[in-house]
Design a protein around this ligand. Structure first.
Ligand SMILES: CC/C=C\C/C=C\C[C@@H](O)/C=C/C=C/C=C\[C@@H](O)CCCC(=O)O
Ligand SMILES: [Zn+2]
Length: 616
């Protein structure tokens, strides 16, 4: 009997065979924008009479497949199926019985169409002298740099030998390097903990590092590495706090690599080596929550992993939950609640963007259509997931009861890939064993179907501590009342004295929830609070959203600058969409800006922007 659920985002025969280890041998060619080499897969059959291995692949040039080092196996690359890529079907030399271990080696090169990797010219880097490349594999882009079972249901160890003219880093432990007589250096890596393929990553470029502690360091181009070290000085403290919430950190190293500006996400939890955007380096340590978020993934996602992309909320909802526990432990509950308030706004935006009845707003969406999981990326799995966990915590009796459950959940499922049903079954089992019928009765009052399977807003509105948000709201209310005045002398720069970046963000979000402001009021706000001059990208983003809502044309050049100097999708996608909706030449400007700068963006971002702007 097959107990593995179907992964609609993989074309591999996951029910017949699984991968236990993956070894990469790559030579990087920056000029051709390819990796040349091979992958050796350690495979294990899961049933009798297995005659083939089907792997996920996307835009790969497969040269040959070897069994026992020298026996060539027949293979066929199937028709491309959209974002899922092209299955590679490999005929085994004979039918294999259940539990047979065997190795196959696939010799291949990537192609410039690879969606996981972005190659940057020297001009696109800070130093301006060397090229740079980096990958982003989540959700299903690993198949574009290695033929594999590209499903989070499969967890494997991996190793790699990568030859490059420039330093290489990966989501694994560093096992040294050797200079090649033919040029370049071969870097060796080993990841001894089982991970899904979406957590394999690579970057190569002029990378320098600074140690933060005996298990943490930061890496970046040399021109900014000191600023990064300052910004993230407290990383080990965050890690220890997360260990206090959960279990000891298992991955040995926790390093952070700051990528060039086109990096498409705030951060990516690649094990041992978080990848992050340089927009976090604001010089004020205001983005440490992203580091705490990526650290929290060390347990949520990286140890306990979603089985398919439908259950992605298990990774992100739990990570948000732990992130806010760490924030609360370090800076107090009001700070954690302010972060949750910002998250709620992001959730509302996502739901409004898709539409309240959209299947994309369901916590556990249906991906059986085989579409692109990237199209489902939004705040829903993060914030609906977080809010469901928060609600369960309140319902069962608070942190004293729920936090030990969360730790136990990690211990129970570490190393495994699970579904929402596994989570829910364990929740009931744990609560029954530890707290009895009273808590089960409380759990039974929760409408899990509404939380997990219904579209739209939260079934139960949360109430967070607003002590830090109240001043932000009050100032926004004053502006709302004064919106049509000709004289704004009742306002002063002192209005925002003492506001943290998060409080400024909450204020601007409240302003953006209000009806669009007249130009005069926007100009007055900008003059009083210097919004346009602020360095923080979090503030810049919110201010640009407020002004675009009013089609405030003086902001258009600043928006164009911001969306072309960094490629973080959290900022560029809403800004492009709002610019395209803005009056005047908004739509033409959005499209022409995108077309002129397409190559600046990571392939994932470029493709989503094209869809957003109706250019795909
Ligand atoms: C329910 C959703 C179903 C499928 C989506 C699955 C995967 C999403 C995929 O597109 C990749 C996600 C990668 C995320 C990486 C990092 C984020 O946590 C960054 C958050 C945004 C930011 O801060 O910039
Ligand atoms: Zn995350």
């Amino acid at each position: 009997m097959c107990v593995r659920p179907v992964d609609h985002s993989s074309l591999a025969n996951l029910d017949e065979v699984t991968t236990t280890h993956l070894h990469l041998d790559w030579t990087i060619c920056f000029t051709k924008k390819v990796f040349d080499g091979s992958v050796t897969l350690d495979l294990l059959t899961l049933k009798d009479n297995v005659t083939k291995v089907v792997l996920d692949a996307s835009y790969l040039d497969i040269k040959k497949v070897l069994y026992l080092n020298d026996q060539e196996l027949k293979f066929k690359v199937g028709e491309r199926r959209g974002a899922l890529g092209s299955p590679v079907t490999i005929d085994l030399p004979e039918p294999f019985a259940n539990s047979t271990s065997f190795q196959i080696k696939i010799v291949y090169t990537t192609t410039p169409e690879c969606t996981a990797v972005q190659y940057l010219t020297p001009e696109q880097t800070l130093g301006g002298k060397h090229p740079f490349l980096f990958s982003q594999c989540e959700a299903i882009h690993a198949r574009s740099f290695v033929p594999c079972q590209d499903s989070p249901a499969v967890k494997l160890t991996y190793s790699a030998n990568v030859t490059s003219p420039l330093p290489v880093v990966m989501s694994a432990l560093d096992r040294g390097s050797r200079r090649e007589p033919t040029g370049g250096v071969t870097y060796t890596f080993h990841q001894p903990i089982k991970i899904p393929t979406y957590l394999i990553c690579i970057a190569s470029g002029n990378i320098a590092s600074r140690e933060l502690s005996d298990r943490c360091k930061v890496l970046a181009e040399p021109e900014m590495v000191d600023a990064v070290a300052w910004e993230f000085e407290d990383t080990d403290k965050f890690l220890s706090t997360a260990e206090g919430v959960l279990t000891p950190y298992e991955w040995h190293r926790y390093d952070i690599l700051i990528l060039p500006p086109s990096y498409p996400y705030g951060g990516m939890e690649n094990p041992c080596l978080t990848f992050a955007t340089p927009t976090l380096i604001a010089g004020d340590r205001s983005s440490i929550n992203v580091v705490i978020h990526e650290i929290s993934h060390s347990w949520m996602g990286n140890l306990v992993t979603t089985k398919t992309w439908e259950h992605f909320w298990l990774n992100e909802g739990h990570t948000k939950f732990i992130e806010r526990k760490v924030l609360g432990r370090l800076y107090g509950q009001p700070t954690a609640d302010l972060d949750a308030i910002i998250g709620l706004k992001a959730l509302r935006e996502s739901i409004n963007q898709y539409g309240e009845n959209s299947p994309a707003t369901v916590l556990q969406p249906d991906l059986s259509g085989g579409g692109d999981p990237d199209d489902f990326f939004s705040s829903v799995p993060y914030e609906k997931g977080f809010n469901m966990l928060h609600f369960v915590e309140e319902t069962v009796g608070g942190p004293a009861i729920f936090e030990p459950f969360v730790t136990s959940y990690v211990q129970e499922f570490a190393g495994k890939s699970i579904t929402t049903q596994d989570w829910k079954d364990y929740l009931y089992r744990y609560m029954e064993e530890h707290h009895g019928q009273d808590v089960i009765n409380r759990l039974n009052t929760i409408d899990f179907d509404a939380w997990i399977h219904q579209p739209g807003h939260l079934p139960v509105a949360p109430s967070f501590d607003t002590s830090l948000a109240d001043a932000s709201y009050a100032l926004a209310d004053r502006w709302n009342a004064a919106r049509h005045q000709a004289d704004f002398s009742a306002f002063s720069p002192k209005d925002v004295d003492g506001f943290t970046t998060a409080q400024l963000v909450v204020h601007l979000e409240r302003i953006s929830d209000q009806e669009a402001y007249p130009y005069e009021a926007l100009a007055a706000m900008d003059q009083l609070y210097g919004w346009s001059q602020r360095k923080s990208p979090e503030i810049k983003f919110r201010w640009q959203m407020v002004t675009l809502k009013a089609s405030y044309e003086p902001i258009y050049p600043a928006v164009v600058s911001f969306v072309t100097e960094q490629g973080r999708m959290k900022y560029v996608r809403p800004l492009y969409r709002s610019l395209a909706k803005a009056k005047g030449d908004g739509q033409a400007l959005a499209r022409s800006t995108y077309l002129a700068h397409r190559s600046f963006y990571h392939p994932i971002c470029a493709q989503l922007l094209a869809k957003d702007l109706g250019l795909a």
